[in-house]
Design a protein around this ligand. Sequence first.
Ligand code: HEC
Length: 158
Amino acid sequence: MRILILFILVGSLYVFAGNRIQFPADWPDMKFVEEGVILKGNPLYGMVPGYHVTLMNDKAWKHFKKHFRDFKMKKEVPPFPVGSKVVFVNLKGKHSKTPRIILVMLKTGKPGDVGGWKWEGFVMPEKRRIVKNPLKDCANCHYKGKRDWDGIFVPHAK
Ligand code: HEC
């Protein structure tokens, strides 16, 4: 038993210290935030065309709900807490549960991570990672023209 606990501890330390985001296997259980369609002409079309849902883990969801009004009014809102996870799931169609690609942002709060988030994308079903350079591949666009915000579009959507 002790050995098992030790293994689990070492294992979680490894994951915690690791530089890579784990695949968000819990995405089907995450909280639904919004859905949308990326049409031709949208700069995201090349990567995530068509239908998507945006989901949050409990930590992010709590923060989002707590500050919902301020988000909607585009007021200043405190940054998402460490441990917040937001995923953008590009599905094969509105009535499909089969993801084509899953984008993830995970709040670490660490200065080495752009905006305090880790960024990754997984091509499904093989879960192939697509991010080589988080700044170039993802964050530059999220922070375009505006460095002093938390980089999450969802609250500003609609
Ligand atoms: C061309 C600009 C652009 C690039 C590049 C980009 N994003 Fe986004 N991202 C957006 C926009 C705009 C949205 C909001 C889209 C919507 O909900 O309709 C978004 C939404 C998201 C969301 C949902 C949360 C939110 O902010 O609304 C996640 C997670 C995400 N992107 C992660 C990534 C990751 C990881 C990468 C790199 C692989 C990436 N993005 C690259 C523009 C971009």
